[in-house]
Design a binder for this molecule. Structure first.
Ligand code: SF4
Length: 236
């Protein structure tokens, strides 16, 4: 959507996302009818059709700042319920949430964190905001994958527990080989479908091309562009 001249391939058509599949464009239209005039803020893990019904997209890293920047009394925040609760805990803006979940992050529990801490009281716990609230309540730091990388780099703790999807945790751990990471490995079954051999096959055969209705893409791009404009304005 942000670069329409490029070809986008998905190596395995079964690679979905529980979060993206939790909401449809019709659901967003119904929410707009129920809450007229309330802006719709949408996490990037959503379909183009859902983005097209939204006012602005967010990532887990910029969600709080963008909600605050809208400067309105309340927003509809879609589709991750736990990320919505986390954002609500960081702002005075009223958050109307949806009950979408990431099937990987929702499996972590606060009891898991306590069990790890029992064996190592000095363990530092960092968690992704798609985790349930009891996990976030136990964490020393909550943030996006990028935020986790920065946090670990700044603090250089000896042992760190990573409460996030296993491959994402690998990215954080790979950046700091001197830190010992504890990784309760919850793998995303969807992301793991896109294996290296399938990627090679995809490139050799140019299958399967992702196409988006141009009218939908144009509206979805507006929501994405608003987020990118916000990021640019923060950098300048
Ligand atoms: S980890 Fe998998 S299910 Fe969860 S948000 Fe990412 S792609 Fe979706």
């Amino acid at each position: 959507m942000v670069n329409p001249s490029k070809t986008v391939l998905v190596p395995d058509l079964r690679a979905g996302c529980s979060l993206a599949e939790s909401i449809t464009a019709d659901d967003v239209r119904l929410l707009r009818e129920r809450y007229p005039g309330v802006p719709v803020v949408t996490y990037v893990n959503t379909s183009a059709a859902v983005k097209a019904e939204s006012d602005v997209c967010v990532t887990s890293g910029n969600a709080v700042e963008i909600v605050e920047a809208l400067n309105v009394p309340r927003v509809i925040f879609l589709p991750d319920e736990y990320l919505a609760k986390y954002v609500a805990s960081k702002t005075t803006t009223e958050i109307i949430a949806w009950k979408g979940h990431c099937e990987v992050h929702e499996r972590f529990t606060g009891a898991d964190v306590r069990r790890f801490r029992e064996g190592d009281p000095k363990l530092v716990v960092i968690a992704h905001p798609e985790c349930p609230p009891d996990v976030l309540a136990e964490a020393d730091y909550v943030g996006s994958t990028h935020g986790m990388v920065d946090y670990v780099g700044e603090h250089q703790h000896a042992r760190v527990l990573l409460m996030t999807e296993c491959s994402m945790a690998d990215n954080v751990a790979g950046t700091y080989p001197s830190v010992e990471f504890v990784r309760p490995c919850n793998l995303c079954p969807h992301m793991k479908r896109n294996t290296l051999p399938k990627i090679l096959h995809s490139l050799e055969t140019m299958q399967y091309e992702v196409t988006v209705d141009p009218a939908v893409a144009q509206r979805a791009r507006m929501a994405v562009d608003r987020m990118l404009e916000f990021s640019r304005s923060r950098q300048s």
